[in-house]
Design a binder for this molecule. Sequence first.
Ligand code: GDG
Length: 467
Amino acid sequence: MTAEFVVVANRLPVDRTTDEDGNEAWRTSPGGLVTALEPVMRARGGAWVGWHGAPDEEVAPFVHEGYEVVPVPLSGQEVAEFYEGFSNATLWPLYHDTVAFPEFHREWWDAYVQVNLRFAKRAAEIASRGATVWVQDYQLQLVPRMLRELRPDLRIGFFLHIPFPPAEIFAQLPWRREILEGLLGADLVGFQIQGGATNFLRLVRSLLRLPIEQGVVRVDGSHSSLARAYPISIDTAGFQALAESPETLDEAQRLLDDLGHPKHVFLGVDRLDYTKGLRQRIRAMGELFAEGRLDPTDTVFLQVATPSRERVDEYRRLRDDIDLLVGRINSQSPTAGRPPIVYLHRGFPRQTMAAMYRIADVMLVTPLRDGMNLVAKEYVACHPGLQGALVLSEFAGAAKELRQAYQVNPYDLNGMKDVFVQALTDAPRERARRMRSLQRQVRTHTIDRWATTFLEDLSHAGSDRNQ
Ligand code: GDG
């Protein structure tokens, strides 16, 4: 089997499930990258190369939703060193403004190189002559160059879903040159916002001393690489249709019944990750309840935290911290009924998420740093009418587009508290004005447009082919 269009990502877009009779099946998995790219694959077909999620196991390729799924094996040690180590305990905190301390270990780096090479080789095997290969995200930054060396006939794109940090932070990385050179193997390197592209180009100039003109890096005599921003989005119409389906309406009703029909609902939906600003958000809400600025008898704060990376130490600590914080706030509530914070540490079907977005009067999206943040856009797509309110951190990529959200600095607790209350109490006309503008943005800038624009630019970018 070969394919003309290949996506390469650390994880496959499917999770294995086993039913009561022991039958195995594959189900589309949650997460930002998958939410964004799965509709693109369904529409275009091709192959998706990635790890299937279980260590020390070879899985044969199979077809899912009309495209080919090509599993890449990882050993238990590679999961620990490449995935949990270098990807999630070195690069993830480093690229998110060092909001947690990045760890540098040489053996993690060795595993990163080894696994990147395996992904590059697998993609090289299945890409047809002159094919387009689209490599995704921070776990695979060496793949573009490795792939170009294996297969100079390919058109290679790369998209980084997380922020690309300022030079002062990136420069800490002992392997900074290798990463930059790895990315420059692509004909087109995409970032969420222009700031990421600018940071990258500045580093290329200062560390590699390569000539750059209008975002195009001349890498060598035959290859150049364009760096540009492509803000990612969602399947807006799909989310809207889901939110309006009779099943979702029923589910929203059930949710309100369970919550005891509060007058006001605040909502947070995040992977349980230290970049998402959960500690600060929960403290701010806790203080508002404690000070009586929000009344726990008629207001609830529903916070979903999807389990994530539970084998990485920093994530375990975060989980404990949040349990403690929520427990403390709820235990001090003056009322005996439903607690002010309903905290759910588990994943939900997409339909339940849509029902939650429907019933939320105020959506709290307050990351300390975030590449884009799709939850903010999903809320705008799903919440009916014009009376919802989106509170959005200025440090999320989405803040560059969703200008009319109630923007906050998540490090400023008092400022955040004021805006949380303002978002709830502003005049209906003001809320409608903001919401109308957000809806216009999310309806015109869809995932389809994102993918089409990137792939169209990729078809013109880069090297002279030697086919
Ligand atoms: C990375 C970047 C960038 C969450 N819990 C459940 C669930 N989700 C879905 C949400 C949303 C997605 O996962 C999360 O996307 P985000 O963008 O908010 O965040 P990351 O996972 O950190 O994504 C981010 C993104 O990549 C895309 O480029 O925006 O900045 O960090 O779609 O709805 N979905 C379901 N159940 C859950 O419990 N079904």
